[in-house]
Ligand binder design. Structure first.
Ligand code: NDP
Length: 269
């Protein structure tokens, strides 16, 4: 994709906060954004794995393809914990400079939950609460905290992206936690889009991706038909690379013509 073919050639002098940047889709988003922002932009990379974040930071800062003066900050944080959320906000405020003209938050971090069991086995409220706390509550609270830390200002655009899934729309056997979390999380961003017309809100469904999460889905899903469909898709080469899906997400962001709050699937593009 050439960014010059698009409405906007770049993402601006941006502060990009990317959760789950240590591997998988989040890491690819960080790499792509580092090439599409203006010089002196800032990337805040959040996840729990310090070594993986630091390796990515070194790669981005040294990369020939990256923009001049790119600042890359790692925040080692468990986003399911209040302290983790606070560190992301603190790190983002520290990295902010007055000439930033685009705040971008990518809510990418998520977990699959235990897909080896069916809904009727989930009698333990603490287990369900813990899943929803990280996958739903933390994403609402982080988004709200970012919006408060960087309030609406003339000349500053704000974009919030939720990495969603077909599972937000359709039920899948033995995936009760994941489907519930993705449905709730997506509705939250739809409400946000209704409430805050100045914000750009996108629910992007990246399609099946060749990541650790997909490996877990293929190996641990309890429902035999669903498990087989994941293995078959993988064997038939239907699983996308993170780069392919991310290129479509970047095109959406650069074109910036989507309806705020919309659910857009990679296969719609
Ligand atoms: P991975 O499991 O490969 O990566 C998940 C990322 O989230 C990691 O960087 C992980 O980092 C981070 N993370 C997990 N738990 C926490 C936590 N408690 N605090 C902070 N960070 C955390 O997943 P994918 O890259 O495959 O998924 C990315 C997004 O895409 C997710 O929202 C997923 O639901 C969605 N998606 C994925 C699909 C797929 O086929 N893979 C299909 C459709 C949607 P660390 O462990 O270092 O904390």
């Amino acid at each position: 994709m050439s960014s010059t073919e698009l409405n906007c050639p770049d993402l601006g002098r941006a502060l990009c906060i990317i959760t789950g940047a240590s591997r998988g889709f989040g890491r690819t988003i960080a790499r792509e954004m580092s090439r599409l922002v203006k010089p002196r932009s800032v990337l805040v990379l959040a996840a729990r794995s310090a070594d993986d974040l630091r390796a990515l930071q070194a790669e981005l800062v040294e990369s020939e393809a990256g923009v001049a003066g790119l600042v890359v900050k790692c925040v080692v944080a468990d986003l399911g914990q209040l302290e983790g959320q606070e560190s992301v906000i603190r790190g983002s405020k520290e990295a902010f400079s007055e000439d930033i003209d685009h705040i971008i938050l990518v809510n990418n971090a998520a977990s699959l939950g235990d897909v080896s069991r069916y809904a009727k086995s989930f009698t333990n409220m603490a287990e369900v609460d813990s899943y929803l706390s990280f996958n739903v509550s933390s994403s609402l609270c982080l988004t709200a905290s970012v919006l408060q830390a960087f309030p609406q200002r003339p000349g500053v655009k704000r974009t919030v992206i939720n990495i969603t899934s077909l599972c937000a729309l359709q039920p899948f056997r033995s995936w009760v936690l994941y489907c519930t979390g993705k449905a709730a999380r997506e509705m939250m961003f739809r409400v946000l889009a209704e409430e805050e017309p100045d914000l750009r809100v996108l629910n992007y469904s990246p399609g099946p991706l060749d990541t650790a999460m997909y490996t877990e889905a293929r190996s641990r899903t309890a429902d035999p038909n669903l498990r087989k469909s994941f293995s078959d898709s993988f064997a038939q080469g239907q699983v996308l690379t993170c780069e392919t899906s991310c290129a479509k997400l970047m095109k959406l962001l650069l074109e910036d013509t989507y309806t705020s709050g919309a659910h857009i699937d990679v296969f719609d593009l």
